[in-house]
Design a protein around this ligand. Sequence first.
Ligand SMILES: NC(=O)c1ccc[n+]([C@@H]2O[C@H](COP(=O)([O-])OP(=O)(O)OC[C@H]3O[C@@H](n4cnc5c(N)ncnc54)[C@H](O)[C@@H]3O)[C@@H](O)[C@H]2O)c1
Ligand SMILES: [Zn+2]
Length: 441
Amino acid sequence: MEIIQSEEFDAYWRRSGAAPDCDDVSAAVAEIISAVRSGGDRAVRDFAARFDRSSPETLEVPSGAAAAAYDTLKREDPDLIAALEYAGGNIRRFAEAQREQFSDFECEISPGIITGQRIIPVERAAVYVPAGRFPLVSSVLMGVIPALAAGAGEVVLASPPLDDGLPDRRILAAAHLAGARRIFAAGGAQAIAALALGTESIPRADLIVGPGNKYVAAAKRILFGEVGIDFIAGPTDVLIIADGIYPDGTGAAGGRDPADLIAADLIAQAEHDPDARARALVPDRGLADRIAAAAARQLDSLPTRDTARQSLDAGGLITVYPSMDEAVRIANITAPEHLELQVRNPEPWIPLLRNYGSLFIGAGAAEVLGDYSAGINHTLPTSGSARFTGGLSVRHFLKTVTTLRCTGGSGYAEALDAAEVIARAESLAGHAASAAIRKEP
Ligand SMILES: NC(=O)c1ccc[n+]([C@@H]2O[C@H](COP(=O)([O-])OP(=O)(O)OC[C@H]3O[C@@H](n4cnc5c(N)ncnc54)[C@H](O)[C@@H]3O)[C@@H](O)[C@H]2O)c1
Ligand SMILES: [Zn+2]
């Protein structure tokens, strides 16, 4: 991990940017997309043979396989099924509460002019579930449950095939539990291309959501427009703003150095991917050194230490800030996917923080709860895209469309007059005539 002073931050950021450079994969991904466009299923299978653990003859998972995986797992690993059901319940309750915030309405904004909004769910939503490095069982729940809460017509899922030609059976079980209709054994850019364009056996989706590595992210970026996407949910990142003091003000939780807890949260991020970014903002160099030392210690016994080390070596950063105002400034520039506010008194800072996917308020609100079980969504904007979007929610599966009704009256006449005048200014005589012909003679 690198430790810098806050006055060095701006230069660091200009040099390194929000995320590792993914431009290097754009050309390769564009080729994958065009191969799938012309070759359909066969191209998907060819790429699977190159990049995945198997190349399944049949891309669609047979119906019944997900239910069977669920039944088997319920016997063999009942704790996992119970945990997924618990998490799914929280995710569903939150998604349903979000859905209630969207409503149809009509309002007469001027006599005879009635404008309206209608909320219409997308017809077919596809959820991508990553499984290159780790089978992200939780991503099934995070994608499928909000889609169903939104009322999407059909929810399908794609995830890379393992050795047996099927997605990880825990992913299948979770898909059954969450209610995905059809499942495809396809991964990476080829899966995104197939879902966006349609192939012989994979139906074309209206919207693709879900996280993925840089190949998945690049494919979503390129195909956006031909298909709807949620946003770029690429290699993950976290920023922890700490003051080294626990909420009880003692400076330690159960005698434990806060540095241990901060290091644990940084490592939990770094273990995802060498491209993951784990960063902290701390008030003094001593705490920064203790975090770096704690991270080194904790890594030793971690099974995922190789990936975590690569990530921390490449972009792990602790910045020492002189004041909370400066910490807030840096946090807003960083626009992290996850922002943890591990400070004694978080409240005053919350309104000043503007760019993040999810905010974790206080030392107890661990990011891992957001990842899995608390109910908020873990599919969040990365690469600084929290500057302009929040994370996955029911909103992504809903279209806010508008309606117009005209019932005559003074407002109607005024609107026709104004339309005619503006049309003439644009030299669009046909538009002007279309307004004029509706006027009272
Ligand atoms: N932003 C979020 O909300 C969020 C949440 C969870 C996970 N993530 C991220 O999801 C990612 C998961 O990545 P993953 O790799 O484990 O799984 P993945 O399923 O995203 O990617 C696996 C696929 O990558 C493709 N691939 C691998 N090497 C390739 C190559 N050289 N050329 C072309 N294609 C290639 C393969 O087709 C393979 O199927 C991580 O980066 C993680 O940080 C993000
Ligand atoms: Zn995580």
